[in-house]
Design a protein around this ligand. Structure first.
Ligand code: SF4
Length: 334
């Protein structure tokens, strides 16, 4: 079973798990496991944006890192354009990284502070020997900087000389250099001011239209993905609890957790204000997820079955998947 996207997938993730060992004592014996990602399945079509949304600790960043193989998953399958990434030797995976790039949350921490910006953006060309010579590569760097809205004349400056938004544009230029087909954008605007967030999201949207890039766009806030997402997958404690097209998620959220995330979005117009349903408490530890539905300890709608029986992710209407006992539906395979 999988929460499917339309069309032939560019990326298909099946039953992905990443467990981290908890070690105790002088012999560092394993005393338990943190189930950071616990059976995630998703698909992304070419040129599509799937937003992966959830609170911190939900496993969304770990999911992205496992897809990129910056972390080795415990189990599962990650197939990119027909190739099983998890069985690729390191060298073949490095070649594959031309097609799958990443933009990190912290644009300062992810850029080498001792390198000039021109060198940072040129590095992928140097590593993959793209361009006939240094001059041609420098011209490509200038074109990339221009494309992300930066003055190529600033290429000799260092990252600390740029604002947060500009630094994120540098990160995007670098990710774009090898013309990837998929970018994993891990909270790329979370550290930016709201006004700058909108500009950087516009940049992502423009680049997608121009280059038909697919995005796995990771965010902890549904408001951030409202403009960019084609579909939204909501994660809670290592699992996907709801997936639907963007409009459907915002108009007709079914999972109580998705509703709580939506109600956390500030709404300036009081006429549109919804009845607020504030999330109670912090998420439980992924080392000891609650039995049954993992959300039952915080759910305002829990029923008798919730602490006992884990609800499967079911397709309740075409393209709308939800894991909640309040929304039983026919289980549909792919
Ligand atoms: Fe709430 Fe029960 Fe649905 Fe879980 S299964 S979200 S606890 S109603």
């Amino acid at each position: 079973m999988s929460a499917t996207g339309a069309g032939r997938p560019l990326l298909e993730v099946t039953d992905l798990k990443k467990y981290f060992p908890i070690r105790r004592g002088v012999f560092s014996r394993i005393s338990g496991w943190v189930r950071a990602v616990d059976g995630v399945s998703l698909r992304i079509a070419p040129g599509e944006t799937l937003a992966l949304v959830g609170e911190s600790g939900s496993g969304k960043t770990t999911t992205g890192r496992c897809i990129l193989r910056l972390l080795e998953p415990t189990s599962g399958r990650v197939v990119f354009d027909g190739t099983d990434l998890l069985s690729l030797p390191a060298r073949a995976m490095r070649r594959m990284r031309r097609q799958i790039q990443v933009v990190f949350q912290d644009p300062y921490g992810s850029l080498n502070p001792r390198m000039r910006v021109g060198t940072i953006v040129r590095e992928p060309f140097d590593i993959h020997r793209i361009g006939a010579n240094r001059r041609e590569r420098d011209e490509m760097v200038a074109a990339l900087l221009r494309r992300v809205g930066l003055d190529p004349g600033m290429r000799d400056r260092y990252p600390h000389e740029f604002s947060g938004g500009q630094r994120q544009r540098i990160g995007v230029a670098r990710a774009l250099a090898l013309r990837p087909r998929l970018i994993v954008a891990d909270e790329p605007v979370s550290s930016l001011d709201v006004s700058v967030q909108a500009q950087v999201i516009n940049l992502f949207i423009d680049l997608q239209e121009e280059f038909r890039i697919a995005y796995l766009f990771i965010a902890h806030d549904l408001a951030v993905v409202e403009r960019i997402a084609d579909r939204v997958a909501v994660m809670y404690l290592g699992q996907i609890v709801e997936v639907a097209a963007r409009g459907e998620i915002f108009r007709n959220p079914l999972h109580p957790y998705t509703r709580a995330l939506l109600q956390a979005i500030p709404i300036p117009d009081p006429a549109r204000a919804r009845e607020r349903q504030v999330l109670r408490g912090d998420p439980p530890s992924p080392a000891q997820p609650p039995p049954g539905c993992r959300f039952h300890t915080r759910c305002p709608s829990a029923v008798e079955a919730c602490p006992r029986i884990e609800p499967p992710l079911l397709e309740v209407t075409p393209g709308h998947w939800v894991a909640c006992h309040l929304h039983p539906g026919p289980e549909v395979g792919r």
